[in-house]
Design a protein around this ligand. Structure first.
Ligand code: DX5
Ligand code: ZN
Length: 232
């Protein structure tokens, strides 16, 4: 396969927002994507669910391929699947710019991350809310992004967990101690009220589905999330 040339930028000191198409109107996906792109979305978050790792099904590589041909936004693909090794090549070929695997999956995480990098795609690792952040330590040299789940994965529109800020802080400390440039993305229940909490705890990328796509004014919702300043 020709190497995928990822569009995902390196950590640059800004807060990036990635609307999750799980909450888009799938009968008008292109229109919804255009709207959030025009509103200034940084990346597009694509949730892949296999009905096994999480109790829900979502999209396959064909959706990523269509998005790739439609938008210039980097495609941030979150693999909520039991066996990510089976899906890395199809999603890389389809045009994913970043592929995130779960440490709780059944496959070897280092092997998965090496396979992703070998295809020229940026790498991410995600943690469920109850997973010990220490699991990241041996993985930091292989990753471009950590995705902290601030809800139990599987569905959009859930509430940001109270335990999330401590998890985000712990991951931020690990990244800081490593001296590496690694994005810290937070996923689940992000809105204008919770984004300042996530940012204060150390997030520099935020996924938001319901808050953006269910808003009558997605551009305004996105702006609120991005501009939310941490409380002093
Ligand atoms: C949950 C997904 C999230 C979800 C976020 O399993 O990983 O990306 O779509 O949606 P909201 O922002 O609605 O909580
Ligand atoms: Zn996600």
């Amino acid at each position: 396969m020709k190497k995928n040339t990822s569009k995902m930028p390196a950590v640059n000191g800004t807060i990036c927002v990635a609307p999750s198409i799980l909450s888009a109107d799938l009968c008008h996906l292109g229109e919804d994507v255009s709207r959030v792109a025009q509103a200034g979305a940084d990346w597009l978050h694509v949730d892949i669910m296999d009905g096994h790792f999480v109790p829900n099904l979502s999209f396959g590589p064909a959706v990523v391929r269509s998005l790739k041909g439609f938008t210039d936004l980097p495609l941030d693909v979150h693999l909520m699947v039991t066996n990510p090794l089976n899906f890395i090549l199809p999603f890389a070929k389809a045009g994913a710019d970043l592929l995130t695997v779960h440490v709780e999956s059944q496959d070897d995480t280092v092997q998965a991350l090496q396979a992703i990098r070998a295809l020229g795609v940026k790498t991410g690792v995600s943690l469920k809310p109850d997973t010990n952040p220490e699991m990241l330590k041996p993985l930091l040299e292989y990753i471009d992004l950590v995705l902290v789940m601030s809800v139990y994965p599987g569905f959009g529109g859930q509430e940001f967990l109270q335990s999330a800020p401590a998890q985000i802080q712990a991951v931020r400390q690990l990244i800081h101690a490593s001296g590496r440039k690694i994005w810290l993305e937070v996923d689940g229940g992000i809105n204008a009220q919770t984004s300042p909490v996530a940012i204060k705890a150390g997030a520099d990328a935020l996924v938001a589905g319901h808050a953006i796509f269910s808003s009558a004014d997605p551009a305004w919702a996105l702006k609120q999330i991005r501009q939310a300043a941490p409380e002093i």
